[in-house]
Design a protein around this ligand. Structure first.
Ligand SMILES: [Zn+2]
Length: 249
C-alpha cells in the first residue's frame, strides 16, 4: 500500500491516522463535517465548495491579493472532501486509475483545511504558483503538496490552529458572482451577492463596487459554475428570478 497526499515523514497507515488526528476540530470526524459548520467557497468539484470558517476567511483575503497581483481569480478546484468521495478516490488510486489519494479518514481535505488550486497554480514554475508559494504562508496557506511523495503543486494546507467558531456576522462566506452567460429564465449579466442560503440580485453598479471595495470576492462565472454555486450554498434554482432576493434560515 502506498499512501498519497501525505507529508514526507508519513510512511505507514498508523502514522497517517495519528497525523490526521492532530488536525481534528469541532468534535467532528474526518470527511463528516456538516455543511453548517463550514463556510461556503466557490470550487470546481461539485459538493467541495466548503472550508473551515477561519481557513475560508484567510482564503478570501489571499484570493483578493492573488487577483491583484496575477490578474485573475484564485480558483479552487477542490476544497472540502467528504468521506465517500475520499473512498472513491482511494479506490481509483489503488486501482492505478486515479491521482494520489490519502487513506480514507486521513486527508486534510476531509477537515476542510486543504485546497487544490487552479488558476495556473497547478503548474510548477508558473508565475501564479511562484506567487502563491511565496505569499500563501502569510495567510496561513502552505504549499504542502510540494513535498508529497509525488509532488502536487496545486495542493495547499491551511496550517493555523483551530481557535473556535468564527462569527458569521463579519460578512464571511459571501461572494459576488456575475454570470457571463444566459441563465435559465433570467438572462445574461445577472450579478448576485451569494451566501449560504441567501442570494441577492444586485442591480446597481454602485452596490457592486462598494462590496468589491470592502474585499468581497468577485467572480465572473459561466452558467454551469454559477448554478453550481447555488447548489453549494443550498439555494434552490427556483430562487433565481429577475428580482431575486432570497433568504432562508
Ligand atoms: Zn489536495
Amino acid at each position: 500500500m502506498t499512501l498519497g497526499e501525505t507529508s514526507e515523514r508519513v510512511y505507514t497507515l498508523e502514522q497517517a491516522l495519528a497525523e490526521a488526528a492532530l488536525s481534528a476540530w469541532g468534535g467532528y470526524q474526518n470527511g463528516r463535517v456538516p455543511a453548517s459548520a463550514l463556510s461556503p467557497v466557490l470550487s470546481g468539484v461539485p459538493g467541495s465548495g466548503y472550508l473551515r470558517p477561519d481557513a475560508a476567511r484567510d482564503y478570501f483575503s489571499m484570493a483578493l491579493a492573488f487577483s491583484s497581483a496575477i490578474g485573475r481569480p484564485l480558483d479552487i478546484t477542490e476544497g472540502y472532501r467528504d468521506y465517500d468521495r475520499q473512498v472513491d478516490y482511494w479506490n481509483k488510486y489503488q486501482a492505478g486509475t486515479g491521482n494520489l489519494a490519502a487513506y480514507p479518514g486521513t486527508s486534510n481535505h476531509g477537515w476542510g483545511i486543504s485546497c487544490d488550486f487552479g488558476s495556473g497554480v497547478q503548474t510548477a514554475g508558473s508565475s501564479a504558483k511562484r506567487w502563491l508559494d511565496a505569499n500563501g504562508p502569510s495567510f496561513g496557506w502552505t504549499p504542502t503538496g510540494n513535498t508529497f511523495s509525488r509532488p502536487e503543486p496545486w495542493h495547499f494546507d491551511y496550517v493555523r490552529e483551530w481557535t473556535g467558531p468564527v462569527a458569521q456576522e463579519r460578512g464571511l462566506g459571501i461572494v459576488l458572482a456575475r454570470c457571463s452567460e444566459s441563465l435559465p429564465g433570467v438572462g445574461a449579466g445577472f450579478i448576485a451577492a451569494i451566501g449560504i442560503r441567501s442570494l441577492r440580485h444586485l442591480t446597481s453598479a454602485n452596490m457592486v463596487t462598494a462590496m468589491r471595495v470592502v474585499g468581497v470576492p468577485y467572480y465572473d462565472l459561466r452558467a454551469d459554475s454559477f448554478l453550481g454555486v447555488l447548489d453549494a450554498c443550498s439555494i434552490p434554482r427556483s430562487a433565481l428570478v429577475g428580482g431575486a432576493d432570497y433568504w432562508r434560515r
